[in-house]
Design a protein around this ligand. Structure first.
Ligand SMILES: [Zn+2]
Ligand SMILES: [Zn+2]
Length: 440
């Protein structure tokens, strides 16, 4: 490379405050678009059929990314320029396209550096924005791209990465991880409306950690823009702003893979949850055939060694060998609400979801695919024969697939799984509690 190709001189380390400037980048004409990239400007996509744009600014979420990782450092790049602001909102640098910014934690501050053009600094927080997607790379992991702004700060676990992303762009990243993109459009639209409702209702559960939602299955899986698919994009676009409400409030729109022919009430899946009027048991059948019968997880069997099962249930005072696991009560469709468990010593009655949760937490998430099963001792093991996968409450995705194939619309599908609900546009009063726009 000749000298003429070298980057222009860079001034580094401006004073002790950590301010820094890339003079070359600052003088470039594309600086303005970089500033205008403060996200949300992607705005509401073109609207179709049942979608009505809510008035007011686009709802924006703060999503903690790589939230299950302990991060000490990452690299960030973009096909567009990257603008950096510090915690006071001052613009401290503009990096040219394809420059790589390295970020790490230094005590309670974030240190950033770039090799070409050379520069660096540190601050309590940096806010990164770009007219193009920001690509985040962690050592040993596949890079992920994000449409929103990126906030970097230090937390007890290391580097905290939060993306501020418009609700609709967020959903474009969520759907491909939460439902097969090959499902029919009306099933994908039902899923988009459920995921939008769930995000609005749940936002803020991670407020103590500095964001609205995490990016794991604890909230909804969100792997960024790299996962987007034209089919799920269309489902988000065609339902823009539409949510599910009950008595004017967004519902807890839980959903799952496959119910096996009957969904459960929320109070049987989670401890200490009062029965919600819209999360009632639903028969998910066409005659004798489960609507979700085509799912590869519609029926299943598992053999669990006595010693391992007893280890998982020891916390409830039950010891090996387990002599019986029998439904104690069932709902109107026959789905067990709770199970009575008898051991060599001790017996206990557990909610169906609590039993499954305890076993899966100790023995692995797939040990009991669902909480709807029969169980019988067999030598040194207990054999479970069950149906469905997931918690079994609310929207059944494989059932939605079958309903869409038989010509049902997204609102009809949602009305089947969520009892007595209304489907319609959201409002600024409902989305105003999302914190994304207020951050940074
Ligand atoms: Zn979460
Ligand atoms: Zn089902």
């Amino acid at each position: 490379m000749g000298a003429g190709c070298q980057p222009a001189p860079i001034r580094e380390w401006y004073g002790a405050t950590g301010l820094w400037y890339w003079l070359l980048a600052m003088s470039r004409p594309h600086r303005l678009p970089a500033l205008l990239s403060l996200f949300g400007l992607s705005a509401w996509p073109s609207l179709a059929t049942c979608a009505t744009p809510p008035a007011g600014p686009e709802p924006t979420l703060a999503v903690g990314i790589f939230s299950r990782e302990r991060i000490n450092a990452c690299a960030i790049t973009s096909q567009g320029s990257i603008t950096l602001q510090d915690q006071q909102g001052r613009q401290v640098a503009v990096l040219p396209a394809r420059a790589v910014l390295e970020a790490s934690v230094e005590g309670s501050r974030v240190a950033v550096s770039c090799a070409e053009p050379a520069g660096g600094g540190h601050a309590q927080r940096y806010v990164l924005s770009s007219p193009q997607r920001l690509e985040v790379r962690l050592a040993g992991q596949k890079p992920r791209a994000y449409r929103g702004r990126l906030l970097l700060s230090a937390c007890a676990r290391g580097l905290l990465l939060v993306t501020q992303v418009g609700l609709e762009d967020y959903l474009r990243g969520v759907l491909p991880s939460e439902i097969p993109s090959s499902f029919p459009p009306e099933a994908l639209k039902a899923q988009a409306i459920a995921a939008r409702t769930y995000a609005i209702r749940t936002a803020g559960r991670h407020a103590a950690e500095g964001y609205d939602l995490c990016d794991s299955s604890h909230c909804q899986v969100y792997l960024g823009a790299s996962e987007e698919d034209p089919r799920t994009d269309a489902a988000v676009r065609d339902t823009a702003g539409v949510i599910i409400t009950y008595q004017g409030r967004p519902i807890d729109a839980v959903y799952h893979d496959c119910c096996g022919g009957r969904t459960g009430g929320n109070e049987t899946a989670w401890k200490s949850s009062d029965p919600l009027p819209y999360l009632r048991p639903v028969s998910d059948r066409d005659g004798e055939t489960p609507l979700c019968g085509r799912s590869p997880r519609s029926v299943w069997t598992r053999q669990v060694p006595q010693a391992r099962l007893a280890a998982a249930l020891a916390q409830f005072g039950v010891t090996a060998p387990i002599t019986a696991i029998e439904p104690a009560t069932r709902d109107e469709n026959g789905r067990p609400r709770d199970y009575h468990i008898r051991g060599a010593q001790g017996e206990v009655t557990l909610l169906a979801g609590v039993l499954r949760g305890a076993v899966n937490a100790m023995l692995g998430p797939g040990t009991l695919p669902s909480a709807d099963f029969i169980a019988a001792p067999n030598g040194d093991s207990i054999v479970f024969a069950g149906r469905g996968s997931g918690h079994g409450v609310g929207l059944c995705q494989w059932g939605a697939n079958a309903l869409a194939q038989s010509g049902r619309t997204a609102p009809e599908i949602l009305a089947h799984y969520y009892t007595g609900v209304t489907i319609g546009p959201t409002s600024p009063e409902i989305t105003g509690r999302l914190t994304g726009r207020r951050m940074g």
